[in-house]
Ligand binder design. Sequence first.
Ligand SMILES: *[C@@H]1O[C@H](CO)[C@@H](O)[C@H](O)[C@H]1NC(C)=O
Ligand SMILES: *[C@@H]1O[C@H](CO)[C@@H](O)[C@H](O)[C@H]1NC(C)=O
Ligand SMILES: *[C@@H]1O[C@H](CO)[C@@H](O)[C@H](O)[C@H]1NC(C)=O
Ligand SMILES: *[C@@H]1O[C@H](CO)[C@@H](O)[C@H](O)[C@H]1NC(C)=O
Ligand SMILES: [Cu+2]
Length: 379
Amino acid sequence: MRGVILFAFLISLASSVVGVAVNASDRRPKWPKCKKPVIRKEWRDMPKKEKKAFIDAVKCLGNKPGSDKFYATGWTGPIVPVLPRHKRSLYDDFVYSHMDTNGRTHFVGSFLYWHRMYLYAFENALRTECSYKYGLPYWDWTLDVADIKHSPIFDSDPVYGLGTWGTVATGGTVIDGAFRNVKRNYPAPHEVKRLYQEQPFSHNGIYPFDFDEPTLYANETVTPEKITAMIQGFKGDPFGFQVAIEGHRCQGLHSAMHFQFGVTQFGASLGEGTADGGDIANNSHAPNDPVFFLLHNNIDRIWQKWKDYDPANTYAIGGGTQKNITLYETNPQGLPPEVQVTDSLMTNGLAPNVTISDLLTTKGGYTCYEFQDPLNGGV
Ligand SMILES: *[C@@H]1O[C@H](CO)[C@@H](O)[C@H](O)[C@H]1NC(C)=O
Ligand SMILES: *[C@@H]1O[C@H](CO)[C@@H](O)[C@H](O)[C@H]1NC(C)=O
Ligand SMILES: *[C@@H]1O[C@H](CO)[C@@H](O)[C@H](O)[C@H]1NC(C)=O
Ligand SMILES: *[C@@H]1O[C@H](CO)[C@@H](O)[C@H](O)[C@H]1NC(C)=O
Ligand SMILES: [Cu+2]
């Protein structure tokens, strides 16, 4: 059965989520109880068998044609058009979804909710379309803060490894690990690109303001101490927590983790038309590199830790709905109207019609998963 992904979501999801009924009056699903949450583990805590299963399922999504339920939202404005189904994969659909909704899902109050929906839809696609039986892995980058480049996450093993780093000589293309030679189609055909950049803010590709500290090392932004302080701070203040994730002038952990994968400055040395460094460094088509999902899953985990830290945090929401980077200084989480729990999140047909109220916890509503803490240290 190909391309019936939305249908699969609505009728029979993973073993933990069965029998979703749709309320005809508002077309919104009524969710079953979350009885058997999917367990999400740190990558290095997964046995080889599970790593291989994840890698195989990601490759499987890359080999399936795009979903026949897929539609563009146009939320970002003009981007490359959706390719015909046979010219794009189901994996490409997820990449397109991130590119296409980007203009309203980042630097706004729904940022973490949209990404929670997105990661869960991806996990579900792995499970329902590609026989994956486990949870979406996460990467606790605080474990590697001293030397991200040599993190064991980046493993050259062709069966179990996510691959190491491309180089300027390879045009950024990853040439080892299981995703070697894997084709992606957006924004243009290419293979997974990943370049290491230890000073992620040395080049400013997208912001209409200067960074305060262009020489900042990524290793200074994602220390366990800073992350723990975030989890324990911002009581009842989701707005403050979200601003902390982005940081002053966007030099927080979120941008640091993205730009560490090779920002545009490499473009020049790579030559005209060879794209812009690593996939993850571009906040539009970042999900081309499967590591994106592990990286963002850890942001979801840290956020849930904050939600669980104090009851005042759990159901609190905050921020605007209109992204405006020009006004980042005064409106780092967008402009009014304020985000509401009834706000519908655009899913491009990759997930049912969910609202923020369906995503307030990991175990209830649309989502049914939980995190296993790292077995050796970390946050
Ligand atoms: C990111 O990629 C998009 C295409 O997906 C491109 O239009 C944009 O210029 C890139 N951004 C940077 C900063 O290179
Ligand atoms: C981060 O990396 C730089 C360059 O390798 C190093 O000088 C600095 O001490 C590191 N900082 C931390 C907090 O590890
Ligand atoms: C952002 O705000 C500036 C200043 O008010 C305005 O000129 C610009 O059009 C806004 N941009 C978007 C995308 O809304
Ligand atoms: C999604 O649900 C919201 C809230 O109930 C509703 O306003 C909206 O029309 C629904 N959208 C679709 C496409 O069903
Ligand atoms: Cu994103």
